[in-house]
Design a protein around this ligand. Structure first.
Ligand SMILES: [Zn+2]
Length: 384
């Protein structure tokens, strides 16, 4: 029943179990562990609430109940996904993690508060609807039977997911909604990120204090011990993501002034088999500060980082070909010279590298952008 993760991160997140509308559904390995822990800890409670269950039956019901809980979280995420997709937004994947679920929706630049608001609200609204369905169906069953437990539990779990996610701090849905509302009225996304991030941090502190309280409440079952740890992890998770958006807000002051062209280093194109020493000599002569390896058709195939050249001992430089130091030009390592601001920062964050190839919109080679130059530009503006 946790929050959505804000930062779109690539890489392996877990097992892809299927696709919905083309969006991969990924399950983190730790999720399976938490299902077992939840099942083990809720078995006795289930037996207390349902008449006539044996011990093993109560654990089977507990497992089904935990899966129902995560199905609720999953449906909540699908609420976000369907609305995002119907607005034409890109969704990278949905991750089911042990703290809940996360829909990784690609951030738009510059983006529109109204669109983000609808996506943020879709999850909680979906949960409210499901809670209503559970609440309507539950009275049809005899109390303290398995169908009653499932429908009643379904109603409660969805109500809890909706209520928790509507807390107004980032990265929870309520915090995202708050962000879009402040953004809409102030036309200042940066300030909106800063405020929703700080509310998120306050929530994290409150949740951590509550976790410590739960931890110290005497309990016969030892169950609250686990709940305390779970809540503490959730608080840490919220704190980390709230801090991330506060960081983004600080960048937001500086980033609009960044543009690729002004930071692009002049690059020298060299053939793959040229020795490093000769390539460096030619670069100095041409006052170029970067090296790009091109194939026989003149197409860029690799970027040589300054660090790689520096790390190669001088006496070896005549004997190594430049291609050995080059990093292949992958899709994300190519930036357009007219990129600026947020889009530039997002591109650099998404594909961390020390050097990027810069091309003109026409496709012609423009030069090389060094990550260190971007950082220096941010620092020059008073930001670390
Ligand atoms: Zn949500």
């Amino acid at each position: 029943m946790g929050p959505d993760r804000p930062a779109p991160r690539r890489g392996w997140a877990g097992l892809t179990i299927g696709r919905v509308q083309g969006v991969p559904i990924v399950v983190q390995p730790l999720w399976f562990v938490i299902v077992v822990v939840f099942t083990a800890s809720s078995g006795p409670t289930i037996r207390d609430n349902v008449d006539g269950l044996s011990s093993s039956e109560s654990y089977a019901v507990a497992l089904a109940f935990v899966l129902l809980l995560y199905a609720s979280v999953f449906l909540h995420e699908l609420g976000h996904v369907f609305v995002a997709r119907s607005l034409g937004m890109q969704v990278r994947r949905v991750v089911l993690q042990f703290l809940g679920g996360a829909s990784e929706i690609v951030e738009e630049h510059p983006g529109e508060p109204a669109r983000d608001f609808m996506v943020a609200m879709a999850g909680p609204l979906c949960s409210v609807f499901l809670a209503g369905v559970g609440a309507v169906i539950a009275p049809a069953f005899e109390p303290h039977t398995v169908p009653w437990l499932f429908t009643e539990g379904f109603a409660w779990v969805n109500a809890l997911v909706a209520a928790f996610n509507m807390l107004p701090g980032f990265p929870l849905d309520g915090g995202r909604a708050l962000l879009t509302i402040i953004w809409q009225f102030t036309h200042d996304k940066t300030r909106a990120q800063f405020v929703s991030g700080w509310v998120g941090r306050c929530l994290a502190i409150a949740l951590a204090l509550y976790a410590l309280y739960v931890q110290n409440v005497p309990s016969g079952q030892g169950k609250d011990h686990f709940n305390g740890i779970y809540l503490l992890l959730l608080a840490l998770f919220i704190w980390a993501n709230a801090s991330w958006v506060i960081g983004r807000s600080k960048l937001g002051v500086v980033v609009p002034r960044l543009d690729v062209r002004s930071m692009t280093r002049k690059a020298l194109s060299v053939a793959a088999d040229l020795p490093v020493a000769e390539a460096v000599r030619r670069a100095h002569a041409a006052t170029a500060r970067a090296l790009v390896v091109v194939d026989s058709y003149g197409r860029p195939v690799g970027v040589v980082s300054e660090a790689a050249v520096m790390a190669t001992p001088l006496q070896r430089q005549p004997w190594i070909s430049i291609s050995e130091l080059a990093r292949p030009v992958a899709e994300g390592l190519m930036l357009r010279s007219d990129m600026a601001g947020d889009a530039l920062l997002a591109a650099v964050q998404e594909h961390p590298a020390t050097e990027y190839l810069v091309v003109e919109p026409s496709g012609a080679l423009c030069g090389v952008l060094s990550r260190s130059d971007v950082i220096a530009a941010l620092q020059a503006a008073g930001l670390r």
